[in-house]
Design a protein around this ligand. Sequence first.
Ligand code: MN
Length: 247
Amino acid sequence: MHRRGFISLVGLGVISACVPGTSKSSDKNTKAKSSSPGTISEHKFPPLPFAYNALEPYIDARTVEIHYDKHHRGYFKKFSAAIKGTELEKMPMYKIFANVSAYSETVKNYGGGYYNHMLYWDNLSPKGGEPCAKLLSKIVKYFDSMVQFKAEFNKAAKTLFGSGWAWLIMTDNKELKIVTSTNQDNPLMDFAEVKGVPLLTIDVWEHSYYLRYQNRRADYINNFWNIVNWNTVNERFLGAKEGTWKG
Ligand code: MN
């Protein structure tokens, strides 16, 4: 979308203004965590913000159940065991990641698995939504259009070799960038080539899609856009701009 068209759409009220804390989601968990999930200093396994079948037909109930209750819970349990009795028990995840090279592989892998999946569930919703005006404007600035942004994000997610994640991040310079990470790494980790605060993420491990899509990762990624919780992404974006959302 061109800038002029974008501005007139805002004027017409087609695109919503960016106002913090006005998430339309009726789910309290989603709202509470989308404001600052990464700043929690006591690590808990969070409730899934929707029912297992809520993302049908794009992600099937069985996949969500196994992914959340087995994979995600498994990462959390191993992370919890690894940090038990250490200073990390009270440290927010973004701070752990900022110095993650100093800790064990277990902390990196299972801490990453625990955290990345929280972000993933929170940026999914059957209700979808749209980027708010300021975020859309920023997306247009860095990617030319929403269509082009999605195309670049899709390409990153589709071409990532093996297991990992694609991300939209805001860098320290407040630029938007699309990056990928392998395994359970993420762009908050001290060794990340391009670091930034996560705004949106997609899990492209096969366990995210294999039951329904088998080897068709591209179909899963294309369908992802039907269930992006833009209210969460909008709040992360506003928080990242103001420095209240550190991931
Ligand atoms: Mn996963």
